[in-house]
Design a protein around this ligand. Sequence first.
Ligand code: FAD
Length: 286
Amino acid sequence: MFDQKKIVFSFEVFPPKKTSSIQTVYDTLDNLADLSPDFISVTYGAGGNPADRSTVEIASTIKHKYHIEPLAHLTCVNSTHDHIGQVLDDLRQNNIENILALRGDFNPLIPPKTDYQYAQELIHNINKYGGFDIAAACYPEVHPECSDMEEDILHLKEKVDAGASHLISQLFFDNHDFYNFLYRIREAGIMVPVEAGIMPVTNRKQIEKMVSLCGASLPKKFVKIMHRYGDDPIAMQDAGIAYAVEQIVDLISNGVQGIHLYTMNNPLVARRISQSVASLIRCTNR
Ligand code: FAD
C-alpha cells in the first residue's frame, strides 16, 4: 500500500467493552465503509483489559463483508506463547494478513505474564510464525515509561529490525512534535513509513482521559479552544473536528505518508473529517 500510494488514509475502531454490545461496532462500520479508507485497524484488549475473540471477529467482518483491508491489533503483556500462537492461527484461518504488534499497557489488577516483556519479542515471534505483515506503535512525544527520546528511538529501531514494516504514531496535538520525531528516527536509520495518529477531540471528558493515559501535551491553542467551548457539546465537537482537519491539512502538505484517524467509533465525526480532506488525499495520490 505504501509503495503504491503517496499517502495512506486509515481508521481505527475498537470492540465494545461488553461482547453483547458488539453490534455497535458493526453499526459504526456500516457508516464508515463507504468512505473507503485504505485499511481499518481494530484494537485489542485496550487499557490492559483481557481481550476476547472480538478483535479477530471484527477484523474478519471488515475483510469479508466490507472488503476493506483490516489491521488487527495484538498485545502480549498479558499473554503466553501458547495463547499468541492460538490467536495467530485464528487470524490466519480468517485470512487476516496484517497485525499491529504491541506490548500493551499494564493493568494494576492483573499481574503481567512472563513470556513477553516488550513488543519487539512479539514482532520477532510473529515474523517466525510467518505470513503476516507487521506494524508497530511509535511515540512522537516519547513513550511515558521511557526517560528520553534517544533511548525510545533505540527500542523503536529494535522493533523495526525485528520485522515491523510500518509504524503508527500515538496521538499528538502539535504537528511540530511529529516532524521533530520523524527527523530523529530517520537520522537513527528508521526508514519505514510512519502514519500520523490523529484523534479528534470532541468533548472535554475524552481529552482528560486520553491525556492522562498517553501523556500527550496540549498546545496553548488547543487549551484555549477547550476553555472556550468545552461546556458546549456542539461547539466543542465542531472545534475538535476543525482542529483535527487543520492538523491533517498541514501534515498532508508536509508530505506525511499516512494519516491514521482514531474514530472512537464515532462515524459522524470520522465522516466530517474524511470528507474535509478527501480532495487533498486524491490530489496527493494523483
Ligand atoms: P514497546 O515497544 O514494548 O515499548 C514499551 C516501553 O518499553 C517503551 O518505553 C520502550 O522504550 C521500552 N522498551 C522497549 N524495548 C525495551 C528494551 N529492550 N529494554 C528496555 N526498555 C525497552 N494498547 C492495547 O492494549 N490495545 C491496543 O489495541 C492498542 N493499540 C495501540 C495503537 C497505537 C497506534 C498506539 C500508539 C498504542 C496502542 N496501544 C494499545 C497502547 C500500547 O499498548 C501502550 O502504549 C504500551 O504501553 C506500549 O506498547 P508498545 O507496543 O509501544 O511497547
